[in-house]
Write a protein that binds this ligand. Structure first.
Ligand SMILES: Cc1cc2nc3c(=O)[nH]c(=O)nc-3n(C[C@H](O)[C@H](O)[C@H](O)COP(=O)(O)OP(=O)(O)OC[C@H]3O[C@@H](n4cnc5c(N)ncnc54)[C@H](O)[C@@H]3O)c2cc1C
Length: 285
C-alpha cells in the first residue's frame, strides 16, 4: 500500500530536527533508516502529517572511543556498527548480535538508534545493549540527558524518549577480552527471534569470572537473566556447570504466548539458548 501523504523535512543538525519536532508536535514522526517506520506507514497504521528525516545529520553517525566506553551515533547503520573494529574489540556482543539481525539490505539501511528507539521486544539489539550496561543519550528542548539501559525500555514499543526528544547516542562500556555469543531461535531466516539470548563472559583460566546475559522476546522489554548471571560467577566452563546455571535463565521473566510458541515453550528455549550462548562465549563449543 502507499502511505498517506505527508510533508517531509530533512534537517542537517540535531537542533533543527528538535525545532521541527517542537513545531509539529504530535503531527510529526522521526524517520531514521525507515526499516520499521516505512512498513507502518505503508500499512497506514500511522499517518503523520510531517516526517522528519535524520539521515542528513552527519554528527549522529559513527563509532568513537571515549576512554572507558564507546559512543555509537544513533544514525550509524547496523552494517557499519557490525563492521566497526572498535565494536569488535570492546563490545563483541553487539557485533555478534548484528550478524543475526535481518538481511544485508536491512542492515545497510536500518540504524542502531532507530532499532533501539523502536523498542520491539523481539528486536535483536536491546538485549545486548542492556547486558553491556549501555547508557542512552537523549536530546530535547531542555538539553541532553542520559538514561540507563535498565530505565530506557519501558514497555512494548515504548522507551524513555519523550515525544519532543531524539536519541542521539548510545554509550557502551568497554568489555575488551570478554567472550560473546548471540543465540537466536527463528522460524524464518533473517527475521525476528521467537527467543534469543545475548551472553558475554569474562574468563579467568577455565572458570567463568563474570557473566552478563540479556534475553530477547522474553517479556515486553529486553531483560537480564540475573539469577543465571549470579549462578555462573566462579563456575568452571563445563557443560554441566553451565547447564545448571542456565536452568535459571527464565526466572522472573514474563514471556508472551503467540502462534510461534507459548510462554512455557519460550522459558524452555531461554534455558537451552542460554546454555549454548554461555558455552560459546566461553569458547567451549
Ligand atoms: C525485512 C526486515 C527484517 C527485519 N529483521 C529484523 C531482525 O531480524 N531483527 C531486528 O532486530 N530487526 C529487524 N528488522 C528491523 C530493523 O532492525 C530496523 O532497522 C529497526 O527496527 C529500525 O531502525 P530504523 O533505523 O530503520 O528506524 P525507523 O524505521 O526509521 O524508525 C523506527 C522508530 O524509531 C523512531 N526513531 C528512529 N530513530 C530515532 C531517534 N534517533 N530518536 C528517536 N526516535 C527515533 C522512529 O520515529 C520510529 O518510530 C527487520 C526489518 C525488516 C524490514
Amino acid at each position: 500500500m502507499i502511505p498517506a501523504a505527508f510533508e517531509y523535512v530533512a534537517p542537517t543538525s540535531v537542533e533543527e530536527a528538535l525545532a521541527a519536532l517542537a513545531e509539529h508536535g504530535d503531527d510529526a514522526k522521526i524517520i531514521a533508516g525507515g526499516q520499521s517506520l516505512l512498513p507502518v506507514l505503508r500499512m497506514r497504521l500511522n499517518a503523520p502529517e510531517w516526517v522528519i528525516d535524520l539521515g542528513r545529520i552527519e554528527s549522529l553517525r559513527g563509532v568513537s572511543d571515549r576512554g572507558d566506553h564507546l559512543a555509537i551515533g544513533a544514525m550509524t547503520t547496523h552494517h557499519d556498527v557490525g563492521q566497526d573494529p572498535l565494536v569488535h574489540e570492546h563490545a563483541l556482543l553487539i557485533s555478534k548480535a548484528i550478524t543475526h539481525l535481518a538481511d544485508a539490505q536491512v542492515r545497510h539501511r536500518g540504524t542502531f538508534g532507530g532499532a533501539l528507539a523502536h523498542a520491539d521486544p523481539a528486536g535483536d539489539l536491546g538485549a545486548p545493549a542492556l547486558a553491556l550496561g549501555s547508557t542512552f543519550v537523549v536530546q530535547g528542548p531542555g538539553g541532553t540527558r542520559e538514561v540507563a539501559a535498565s530505565d530506557f525500555f519501558v514497555d512494548l514499543f515504548e522507551t524513555a524518549i519523550s515525544d519532543d526528544e531524539i536519541l542521539t547516542e548510545v554509550r557502551v562500556p568497554k568489555h575488551a577480552g570478554w567472550g560473546a555469543a548471540y543465540e537466536k531461535f527463528v522460524r524464518i531466516a533473517h527475521q525476528w527471534p521467537i527467543v534469543a539470548v545475548a551472553a558475554t563472559v569474562r574468563m579467568e583460566g577455565d572458570t567463568i569470572a563474570e557473566a552478563r546475559i540479556g534475553l530477547t522476546n522474553m517479556g515486553s522489554t529486553p531483560v537480564r537473566a540475573e539469577a543465571a548471571e549470579q549462578a555462573l560467577a566462579g563456575v568452571p566452563a563445563t557443560e554441566e556447570g553451565v547447564a545448571a546455571a542456565a536452568a535459571l535463565a527464565a526466572d522472573g521473566t514474563n514471556p508472551p504466548s503467540d502462534l510461534n510458541g507459548d510462554a512455557d515453550y519460550r522459558r524452555h528455549l531461554a534455558t537451552v539458548l542460554t546454555r549454548r550462548a554461555v558455552l560459546a562465549a566461553a569458547g567451549r563449543s
